[in-house]
Each structure stands twice: as structure tokens, then as C-alpha cells.
Design a protein around this ligand. Structure first.
Ligand code: MTE
Ligand code: MO
Length: 195
């Protein structure tokens, strides 16, 4: 188990970022209905990579994975400490496909049409996981099961639930909320909520 609940130190901030309140609950926030993701779904990686990938989720779950203890910060003001997520680190997927040198950004795609963008270097931090278990149980559909992304060093809208694809880009592109006024950088310790 890898404990990442101290990552706030790297951002010169307290464990509870400014303007946040701690909750024991795990609220859900989705732009619409929970999509039903078929068992046959794949995770696809394309764009500025050496070899594109389209892997069934059942096979994806056989990749080397790990459990991490992380905090979860929602831009609407709640934080949930000590979430146990199990999944494959973004960096492991990146190694597998081989990221082009020209790559700078990532756009995550999801089955509900959601997208979110991050600089590539922010995706390569060890806390960025493609997760399918939460607190030792299969990740609930409303929380993004069967597969979601988590980004403990960024507001949680950077983590696509029901993730379907990872597009590696050579220039920035804005995601769903980023096109609607949410911060592209989304650092909770700087309260980068809206632009
Ligand atoms: N596919 C998808 N991913 C998404 C969203 C969404 O609407 N669709 N909402 C985002 C937002 S705004 C937040 S705060 C978190 C909420 O995750 P939760 O519902 O598990 O708390 O998911 C993020 N990922
Ligand atoms: Mo959010």
C-alpha cells in the first residue's frame, strides 16, 4: 500500500487545502446520468504515442496494479481523506505505449461524453491512477466504475469517471469543465477553481 496522503507537502500546503471542508461521506458529482459501460468495453490510448492501445478492461486489470491511500478534493468545497484506490498508475500505461517526445498534454475521454485535460507531466505523478476498486470493493457505478481516473494533487474534476480513452496531445485542448470556466491547472493548494 502506497500512502500518498502527504503530497500536500510538495505543494507547500496543509492536508486540507484552503477553502475546503472535510467530509466522511463520498458524495457523487456527475454532469448527467451514470452511463452503463459494457463488459466488452476497452480502454483506448491514441495520439502522440509509439504504439496505440485498445485493451479490454478485463485485460487492463491484469496489468501491474497497486493500492494507494489518497485524499480527494472536490472543487465544490469538500475533501474526503484516506480513500483507498486500487488500479494501474498512468505512468505504467505511458511506459507501455511509449509517449512521443513531442507530447505535452493529455485529454481523457469518458463514456458519458465527459473530457478533462492535464499537462502530461501532471499525469505522470505517482498518484494518478486508473482505478477499479475503492476501499477494497469494486468501484461503484456512480463513482465511475468500472474504471475511473483519480488525481489526488488536483481537484477531482481532473479524474474522468467511466474513462474510455486517453488522447496524448502535442498541444493543450480543453475538457468539458475547462471549456465552461473551471481552471485548467486546478491546484487545490492555490485554490485554482475557476478562471
Ligand atoms: N465521466 C465523468 N467524470 C467525472 C465527472 C463527470 O461528470 N463525468 N465529474 C467530475 C467531477 S466535477 C468530480 S468532483 C468528480 C466526482 O467524483 P465522484 O462522483 O466519485 O465523487 O468526478 C469527475 N469526473
Ligand atoms: Mo467537481
Amino acid at each position: 500500500m502506497r500512502d500518498l496522503t502527504d503530497i500536500h507537502e510538495a505543494f507547500d500546503g496543509d492536508r486540507l487545502p484552503p477553502g475546503q471542508r472535510e467530509t466522511d461521506r463520498f458524495p457523487t458529482l456527475s454532469k448527467g446520468e451514470t452511463p452503463s459501460v459494457p463488459d466488452s468495453a476497452t480502454l483506448d490510448v491514441w495520439g502522440a504515442v509509439g504504439s496505440e492501445l485498445s485493451v479490454p478492461l478485463s485485460e487492463f486489470k491484469t496489468f501491474d496494479s497497486e493500492t494507494q491511500r489518497q485524499d480527494f478534493h472536490c472543487v465544490t468545497g469538500w475533501s474526503r481523506f484516506d480513500c483507498l484506490f486500487h488500479g494501474v498508475p498512468f505512468s505504467a500505461l505511458a511506459d507501455r505505449v511509449g509517449i512521443d517526445e513531442a507530447a505535452t498534454h493529455v485529454l481523457f475521454h469518458a463514456h458519458d461524453g465527459y473530457t478533462t485535460d492535464l499537462p502530461l507531466e501532471e499525469c505522470l505523478r505517482e498518484g494518478v491512477l486508473f482505478a477499479w476498486e475503492f476501499d477494497g470493493e469494486p468501484l461503484a457505478g456512480e463513482h465511475g466504475g468500472p474504471l475511473r481516473v483519480v488525481t489526488p494533487h488536483r481537484y477531482a474534476y481532473k479524474g474522468a469517471k467511466w474513462v474510455s480513452g486517453v488522447e496524448i496531445l502535442t498541444e493543450p485542448e480543453r475538457g468539458y469543465w475547462e471549456q465552461r470556466g473551471y481552471s485548467a491547472s486546478a491546484n487545490p493548494w492555490n485554490e485554482e477553481r475557476y478562471v
